[in-house]
Write a protein of this length. Sequence first.
Length: 118
Amino acid sequence: MFNLEKTPSHFAFALAATLSAPIFAASPARAHEALPTAARPLGWAYPYSCCSGIDCRQVSARAISERPEGYVINNTGEVVAYNDSRVKNSPDGVYHWCSVAGASDSRTICLFVPPKGY
């Protein structure tokens, strides 16, 4: 290991790193957050399974349509079946679409849908 008599700065650095490690490990990482709305004035966090920090965003109701087969992402034409596990309830009553790398032409990771009659 270190010769502590000859390298006190190494010892101080190692001690500081050891003592601060639990602080960083205990800090909760935050998921990407949805913007505040009237229903959720403080916003809400997208689940990690849907968002890696850039994948999700609020979209207008015009961006999503419905067919008997499921929800249609109008920009890509992708159909997400109503019973698909990627369909989630929207906590703020607006649509949110999570796509790979947040690209407007990629596949759906999650689709947050407002409850009927919201």
